[in-house]
Ligand binder design. Structure first.
Ligand code: ADP
Ligand code: MG
Length: 257
């Protein structure tokens, strides 16, 4: 008699079960979010390996932002679980999830326009016991805004504001960074600056989940790509596999054609 389909006996996180070379840092199990009659995220088993850059793509309304907001705790799932670093996050508050090592830059901008660049970075830093001066200096350098430290955030360019927001997430010293459309509306040059920033943080071991429509950007940074469609994982693979997949072209690339 198999008990594997009985949800009441599923006690051990899937991450602890494997002993292979790669370690899963994030795993959702049967994760589901319904908004009334609409199932925005539908029984999703989504896993991310330690230190990888995963890109999440899919048509508008596929459920990408909802999936990220379930992972950060902004939204509560209708069903399913979320494990991070072997810990069950499902019932934790957003700030408790941050403390486990997850940082996020949401789709809509969240910088404080009337504060300086430096003051914006100080806000998330207040909740840590990290050394403010040294983290500030390092972060400003990473996001290439050292010479703009005293500038009002509202006076920065769009690209600089996006980098500042990534910087705010960085001050929390995450092991996993979630970025929702980090290069939307950016110039080619601004986009490649963000790609470089992600690559250099990745080289230091940080894992990423990046939601993005810009396929050139996805090609540049991704290890693996997950395609979401109508709330479900539709495909997963290398960018080459995804781009040559006829069904993906139909549901996703066709939309932009
Ligand atoms: P994506 O980020 O892939 O474009 P979303 O996750 O934003 O998609 O949305 C997925 C679906 O859920 C869409 O149909 C959207 O309209 C719906 N949705 C998202 N947030 C809410 C909400 N707070 N209330 C009701 N419906 C929502
Ligand atoms: Mg979205």
């Amino acid at each position: 008699m198999s008990s594997s389909s009985d949800p009441t006996v599923r006690q051990t996180p899937p991450v602890a079960a494997t002993g292979d070379a790669t370690d899963t840092i994030l795993a959702t199990q049967q994760l589901t979010k319904k908004f009334g009659g609409l199932t925005a995220v539908d029984t999703v088993d989504f896993t991310v390996e330690e230190g990888e850059i995963r890109c999440l793509i899919g048509p508008n309304g596929a459920g990408k932002s909802t999936l990220l907001e379930l992972i950060t705790g902004q939204l509560r799932p209708t069903n399913g679980e979320i494990y991070f670093d072997g810990q069950d996050l499902t019932d934790l508050e957003p700030h408790e999830r941050i403390d486990t090592g997850i940082s996020v830059k949401f789709q809509s901008p969240h910088v404080y326009e009337n504060l300086s660049v430096e003051q914006n970075l100080q806000i998330p830093l207040q909740r840590t016991d990290r050394d403010v001066d040294s983290v500030m200096a390092t972060t400003l350098e990473q996001i290439a805004l050292t010479d703009k430290a005293k500038m009002r955030a509202g006076d920065l360019s769009h690209g600089q504001q996006q980098r500042l927001e990534i910087g705010m997430a960085l001050t929390l010293d995450p092991t996993l960074m979630l970025l929702d459309e980090p290069v939307a509306g950016m110039s080619v040059e601004e986009t490649s600056e963000v790609a470089e920033l992600i690559e250099s943080l990745h080289a230091d071991g940080m894992a990423f989940v990046v939601v993005e429509h810009d396929m050139e950007f996805v090609r540049e940074i991704s290890d693996q790509v997950t395609v979401l469609n109508q709330g479900q994982i539709f495909r997963q693979g290398s960018i080459e596999e995804i781009e040559s997949d006829e069904d993906v072209r139909r549901i996703y690339l066709g939309e932009n054609a």
